[in-house]
Write a protein that binds this ligand. Structure first.
Ligand SMILES: NC(=O)C1=CN([C@@H]2O[C@H](COP(=O)(O)OP(=O)(O)OC[C@H]3O[C@@H](n4cnc5c(N)ncnc54)[C@H](OP(=O)(O)O)[C@@H]3O)[C@@H](O)[C@H]2O)C=CC1
Ligand SMILES: CC(C)(CO)C(=O)C(=O)O
Length: 303
């Protein structure tokens, strides 16, 4: 695959340099100019612990949204949580030349269509199974290798998606350009909706969903999600929704899911981006989804 000129040496801004943002930033920074843009500047010396236990130390340019450099980026990766993406984008936009490509890495399906409309330049969405968590302002752990898919919601910007996929792959984050990112985002949303609210509510690890008291609840949530997806004409995964969800439960059995971690830490959750689009679709199609509504309601007390 040949790469459009310039992307491998292009400068990348990572806006929202938490777990995923720093994973991308530190991996790219081995050979590409990267700037981490936060709400507050992070230390320039950053450390990444690899899944194999090795330590990668990097010096990066770090700054904050209120002190952006004059040199502009060629690509912006927005890696805040879903609920912060639109406000971060609004703060950033006055400082970006029109036409700057934007890559959205959020889970759920809330900010993507809205920013796709609003951003004055190409917008790509990425969905990834990489796993990362933050250990401090200068240290993060790449917990597990995964795969990333990138594409535009309308299916365009193919060369840009291919170039970015190649750039990420060369940096050690295997990535592919796809023409069905819309479907893939909804599949990831389905997995997150089936697992995250239940484990957050009962404060259990993902694997415990297989146990007797929780298993029927997972099955009910999957059935509600499958009905909504069918009404929305989202194609099911090849072996169906149950197979997809239970495979992820088995593969992440020891995980404390992100929503559980957020609830335990008293942080806002990504409830609105994950359950919101499902409940809106259920409403549009006149479908009843009592368990999803109950879980959404319970989580709403956590923000
Ligand atoms: N972590 C992972 O393994 C994966 C995460 N994802 C998705 O990626 C997204 C990011 O997740 P994750 O990296 O874990 O989240 P984190 O909370 O670790 O990182 C979010 C970062 O965004 C920063 N931030 C918040 N508001 C703003 C703002 N207005 N401007 C600039 N920066 C801001 C936060 O700063 P501060 O530190 O100041 O709060 C923080 O550094 C989520 O949608 C998540 O679902 C998807 C797959 C895997
Ligand atoms: C797939 C799952 C549920 C794995 O823990 C996840 O993506 C999350 O924690 O948000």
């Amino acid at each position: 695959m040949s790469e459009p000129a310039g992307l491998w040496s292009a400068s990348h801004w990572i806006v929202g340099p938490g777990a995923l943002g720093r994973l991308i930033g530190l991996r790219l920074a081995a050979s590409i100019p990267v700037t981490l843009v936060g709400r507050r500047p992070l230390p320039a010396g950053q450390v990444l612990i690899t899944p194999e236990g090795d330590t990668l130390a990097r010096q990066l340019t770090t700054t904050s949204l209120d002190a952006l450099p004059d040199i502009k980026p060629d690509v912006v990766h927005l890696t805040t949580k879903a609920y912060a993406a639109e406000s971060a984008h609004a703060a950033l936009v006055p400082h970006l030349p029109p036409g700057t490509p934007l890559v959205l890495w959020q889970n759920g399906f809330a900010c993507q269509p809205r920013l796709g409309e609003r951003h004055a330049g190409p917008v790509l969405c990425a969905t990834t199974t990489e796993g990362a968590y933050v250990q401090g302002d200068d240290r993060m752990t790449h917990a597990g290798h995964g795969e990333t898919r990138i594409g535009a919601l309308g299916g365009g910007h193919v060369h840009l998606a291919q170039a970015l996929a190649q750039t990420l792959t060369r940096a050690g984050l295997p990535a592919w350009a796809v023409d069905d990112i819309h479907t893939r985002l909804w599949h990831k949303l389905a997995v997150n909706a089936a697992i995250n609210p239940l484990v957050a509510r009962f404060r259990i690890r993902n694997g415990q969903l297989r146990d007797r008291p929780f298993r029927p609840l997972v099955e009910t949530v999957i059935a509600e999600i499958a009905a909504i997806m069918a009404a929305e004409q989202i194609p099911p995964p090849p072996r169906g929704w149950r197979d997809l969800v239970w495979r992820v439960v088995a593969g992440t059995a020891r995980n404390r899911a992100s929503m559980l971690q957020d609830v335990l830490a008293g942080r806002p959750t990504e409830r609105a981006a994950i359950l919101g689009p499902l409940l809106e679709a259920a409403h549009r199609h006149g479908l009843s989804s009592p368990l999803l509504v109950e879980l959404d309601d319970a989580l709403s007390h956590h923000g």
